[in-house]
Design a protein around this ligand. Structure first.
Ligand SMILES: Nc1ncnc2c1ncn2[C@@H]1O[C@H](COP(=O)(O)OP(=O)(O)OP(=O)(O)O)[C@@H](O)[C@H]1O
Ligand SMILES: [Mg+2]
Length: 244
């Protein structure tokens, strides 16, 4: 579905991306991993139109595309859930799900319709929130992440990019969010998951793409790869543990 080839991006003296490639297919969860500063967020920003790469190409559904603004990514069907989530704390779940969407809520009927839509969406994703009229501020981290992901799905995207969705979560909440990621795959979406947690990565991803110093440092089929192999690719050590 998505192919990035030779993406480069320089910030002053820092070569954040130095010719990175990435492929993500429909119905697949690809984990993007790498050490701090490896270029993961920069690559995500290139895909989501937050920044423009200095060079390289993006192909989406077989056609070369230009993604220079967030709207470009949106209209292709690529949606990104950034780490800060951008939820409105003081608004309830229903209002957050419909923020900026086309449904107008100036009538009682509109409110009822939005509430029903919110409940249906969360139920279809198996997200458990007792009362959709709860302000987001009083939800758990996992519930908030789930609301943010659910909102991203309202635009019926083809590809979802999740930047560190479990970084701030406890064990139970992490399991909830990983379950949600699996359901995105079952829906046939292409999922790109950025994570520092190799346990999560191993549980949920089909492939692992390792970035190191802005370049590809290996692509692995998750099922047939050990955690040690992934760590070695991340750190640049070879199979015998020596630095290369
Ligand atoms: N706006 C910016 N201005 C200057 N340098 C930047 C900017 N954004 C990123 N960089 C640099 O580019 C490199 C790659 O950063 P990036 O945020 O993509 O890494 P990352 O893999 O997401 O790391 P982390 O795991 O810490 O989130 C780093 O050296 C970083 O300092
Ligand atoms: Mg980052």
């Amino acid at each position: 579905m998505l192919s990035v080839r030779g993406a480069t991006k320089r910030y002053g003296a820092v070569q954040a991306l130095a010719g990175a490639d990435l492929d993500v297919h429909a119905g697949e969860v690809v984990a993007l991993v790498g050490d701090n500063g490896a270029g993961k967020s920069t690559l995500v920003k290139v895909i989501s139109g937050a920044i423009t790469a200095d060079s390289g190409t993006i192909t989406f559904e077989g056609e070369q595309v230009r993604v220079t603004r967030p709207q470009d990514a949106q209209s292709l069907g690529i949606t990104t859930v950034f780490q800060d989530l951008a939820l409105c704390e003081n608004l309830d779940v229903v209002a957050n799900l419909h923020l900026g969407s086309e449904v107008r809520s100036h009538s009682v009927l509109g409110e009822i319709r939005m509430e029903r839509a919110a409940r249906d969406l969360l139920r279809s994703l198996d997200v458990k929130i007792k009362d959709v009229r709860t302000p987001v501020a009083s939800l758990s981290g996992g519930q908030r992440q789930s609301v943010a992901i659910a909102r991203a799905l309202l635009g019926e995207p083809k590809m979802v990019v999740l930047d560190e969705p479990t970084a701030a979560l406890g064990v139970e909440q992490t399991a909830q969010v990983l379950g949600l990621v699996k359901r995105l795959r079952e829906r046939g979406l292409a999922v790109l998951l950025i994570s520092h947690n190799l346990v999560d990565v191993r549980e949920v991803s089909d492939r692992v793409v390792v970035l190191r110093l802005g370049r590809n440092a290996g692509t692995f089929e998750t099922a047939s790869t050990t955690q040690e192999e992934i760590v070695a690719a991340i750190t640049g050590a070879d199979a015998y543990g020596a630095a290369s």
